[in-house]
Design a protein around this ligand. Structure first.
Ligand code: BGC
Length: 755
């Protein structure tokens, strides 16, 4: 691929697609043909009328100013014995040029879409002919007359293609660095049939797919020429049973429109996707609606399923199902926060809290290899990382550099190394991890603390009132705790790579010491935290003054990150339980505390409280949304309130996987399958199940890189029966709840203990 070969349409068609065509006639038979294609925007290609590849939304989502992927396809069979090769590449605005990001902006990376292609023909005599995109290509209108990621698509099958003229060389695109595809293909994965056709109280016709998902609706029918299908999308119905999508914010007016030409065909968008469970038929061909003609197509990045959990509690099974669908819905080239509203951004905090669960559920190596590459390229020279990758607000410098969000840089490589045991992920990312730690080292007022800054805090925690976004926990405490944690992870990564980490070990000791002095007192978090007099109010951001140290999340972080001594642990666990009891027996934690709360309780000998929280059904709890019909994870614990009304429409997604991070506790603690950090990649497995009579039984399997590991347990009378499978080449250290320990090698084992 050559940076000089970008072409654009001679006429700016805005959001309408353009098809770029080139006909190459051949005097010798083609032995092999290969085409590489990229776009600033999105592309879909055909050679001799046959679709090239089956991947979607190519060339994927990257920070295009840093790199743009190109895809390479073998098209030998498309050409076969034909005398000519006709290339047709349709392009659309997509992420790079279309509307993208919650600031409603478009043209983030470029003013218009452009394509770049190279066809390499190996002829029968061994000679090679290479065709590049240039001004000889002809631009034509396409049936896709409107396309945008957020706002949907309109395809007019009656449209007659019109030549716009010869393509124009796009010199302004030379700056986009082209790289061969790194990420997993985005593909259609499965089809979901409607479960009901509803006529709502308002008289609207709505199709329910029974599952919140990401992808698009597909219609297979003929209709009459000129008839239209026009649909809108929603995740939920309101309490009266009416169609509701105000929570899509600026993406609310997202429609798919098809103008029919009377030919039987499969109709679906080409360059757009939506998050939805319901579609409203705003316009539809006359006559009875045949649900057999309608499907929802599920779209996500290619990743193999590796984990499975079944328990004796149907509600927990539904919670697990919701988490799987949260991942399927949001692992679309980058790990997004949600797939429906005007975000769908690679939010770092969401990604880091969920990544261990994600790596249990699916093989996410390739998926994260690309995204971590995107992250490295987005890191600022001083080590700063923004809230999202790619960073949408590139025009304004990094947006908020927030603790627990940017720490994705250290946490995700660590989790991937733990799960898959491949040092390459540490080698590739070590420098980014180091620079991120150095950023924190220099960000604060004091060398070993991160004070000040503008953080997302314990996002959506319940302890600062139900409508708070940032929660009650001091963001200075969170920032400094994550500074310690990231430094710890950096040291471990460095040690695994054989680097001298003496300096960072000393720094870590200083951070822990400074943390304890500033934020703790007698082994407990301080309630009120004094800040250095030198710190301007500005840097503390007013509201921080109301935040405190004595919160559930603060204790969870202190315990989970090891910022306390072993002797201090029991009292901290007791205090955590006291705070939970004082909060009506409920969790008050947000994005930061929730992923670890069950872990610290179980580790601290209070698995009973962990299970109580897991099985809680009041708000806030995991099962609250299950009881309210959720089929994916909700952004807010109570996105639908008890009375059926909604949380504010400004921030209320029903497909936000972050709280699904509870599944890493189900795999790792309840079933007890976890990777030994000293021997990552499950070469040595830790098997330490923590059963619960309320759960009844648990059947869990995990396809690790070593092979399948299984942990099953069930209660019968006053006994618990266990069955474990250890794959060849691995060993396992078993620890049963009654304290029995054994070392297991390949095989299946049975144990019985008293309940
Ligand atoms: C996103 C979150 C994200 C947050 C930053 C929201 O708009 O949807 O999931 O992490 O912003 O706090």
């Amino acid at each position: 691929m050559r940076a000089t070969d970008w072409i654009k349409s001679p006429v700016d068609m805005g959001n309408a697609s353009v098809c770029f065509k080139k006909r190459v006639c051949l005097d010798r038979r083609v032995k092999r043909a290969e085409i590489s294609i990229s776009a600033i925007g999105l592309f879909r290609a055909e050679v001799n009328g046959k679709r090239v590849g089956d991947d979607l939304l190519t060339p994927g989502m990257t920070g295009y100013h840093n790199r743009v992927q190109y895809m390479t396809y073998d098209v030998s069979e498309h050409i076969g014995d034909a005398a000519c090769a006709e290339i047709a590449i349709t392009a659309a605005p997509g992420w790079a040029v279309g509307c993208f990001g919650f600031d409603g902006g478009d043209k983030t990376y470029h003013d218009h879409y452009a394509i770049n292609a190279k066809l390499t023909l190996t002829l029968a005599d061994g000679s090679e002919r290479v065709i590049y995109t240039d001004e000889s290509w002809v631009a034509e209108t396409s049936p896709v007359i409107y396309s945008d990621i957020y706002h949907g698509e309109e395809v007019d099958y009656t449209a007659v293609p019109r030549v716009l003229g010869n393509a124009v060389l796009d010199e302004s695109a030379h700056k986009f660095p082209l790289v061969p595809q790194v990420g997993a293909d985005i593909r259609e994965q499965e089809r979901v049939a409607p479960v009901a056709l509803i006529v709502t109280p308002k008289g609207e016709r709505v199709i329910d797919f029974g599952q919140n998902l990401t992808g698009y609706a597909e219609f297979t029918l003929a209709g009459k020429r000129g008839e239209r299908i026009r649909i809108s999308h929603a995740e939920v119905l309101d309490r009266d049973g009416n169609f509701y999508n105000d929570n899509y914010r600026a993406a609310r007016d997202c429609h798919l429109t098809f103008v029919l030409d009377g030919t039987q065909r499969v109709m679906k968008p080409v360059f757009s996707f939506q998050g939805f469970r319901y579609i409203r038929l705003d316009e539809y061909p006359e006559g009875e609606i045949d649900l057999g003609a309608v499907r929802a197509v599920v779209v996500h990045s290619e990743m193999k399923r590796t984990g499975r959990i079944v328990t004796g509690n149907p509600k927990i099974n539904q919670l697990y199902h919701n988490t799987i669908w949260g991942q399927k819905s949001n692992y679309l080239d980058v790990p997004t926060d949600c797939p429906q509203r005007d975000e769908r951004l690679g939010w770092m905090g969401d990604a880091q809290v969920f990544c261990r669960t994600a790596a249990y559920n699916f093989d996410v190596r390739k998926f994260f290899e690309k995204w971590l590459g995107d992250m490295r390229l987005e890191q600022w020279p001083d080590g700063a990382l923004a809230g999202t990758v790619p960073e949408k607000l590139i025009k304004h410098g990094p947006s908020r550099v927030s603790a627990a969000w940017a720490d994705a840089a250290t946490i995700i490589p660590t989790e991937l190394y733990r799960m898959y045991g491949d040092k390459k992920v540490l080698e590739d990312n070590f420098e980014m991890m180091r620079k991120w730690v150095e950023y924190q080292h220099h960000a604060g007022e004091e060398e070993f603390l991160w004070l000040g800054g503008y953080h997302y805090g314990d996002w959506l925690a319940m302890d600062a009132g139900a409508d708070s976004f940032v929660g009650a926990t001091s963001t200075n405490l969170i920032g400094s705790a994550f500074f310690a944690y990231s430094t710890d992870l950096l040291i471990r990564a460095g040690e695994a790579l054989g680097k001298d980490m003496t300096e960072y070990r000393a720094m870590y000791r200083n951070i822990v010491k400074a943390f304890r002095e500033r934020f703790m007192e007698n082994g407990m978090p301080r309630v009120k935290i004094d800040m250095p007099a030198t710190m301007e109010r500005e840097k503390l951001r007013g509201e921080e003054e109301q935040r405190i140290g004595m919160t559930q999340t603060a204790i969870v972080l202190i315990l989970h990150f090891g910022l306390c001594t072993e002797e201090e642990r029991p009292a901290l666990v007791d205090k955590l339980v006291e705070l939970i009891d004082g909060f009506d027996g409920l969790m008050a934690t947000g994005f930061v505390g929730t992923p670890y709360i069950l872990h610290v309780l179980a580790r601290g000998g209070r698995a009973d409280v962990a299970y109580r929280l897991l099985l809680e059904e009041r708000n806030p709890s995991w099962l609250y949304s299950v009881n309210h019909g959720a089929t994916t994870m909700w952004e807010h614990w109570n996105g639908i309130k008890e009375d059926g009304s909604f949380w504010s429409k400004s921030m209320n997604s029903y497909n936000h996987y972050a709280y699904g991070s509870v599944c890493d506790w189900l795999y790792g603690v309840a079933a007890g399958i976890s990777a030994d950090e000293e021997q990552p990649g499950f070469r040595h497995i830790l098997l330490a199940p923590v059963p619960s009579r309320e759960l009844g039984f648990m059947n869990v399997s995990l396809d690790t890189v070593q092979g399948r590991v299984e942990s099953n347990w069930y209660y019968k009378g006053d006994q618990i029966f266990f069955e474990f499978t250890v794959p060849a080449g691995a060993t396992a250290s078993l620890c049963l709840p009654d304290g029995y320990r054994a070392t297991l090698s390949e095989g299946t084992y049975h144990f019985v203990t008293k309940a």
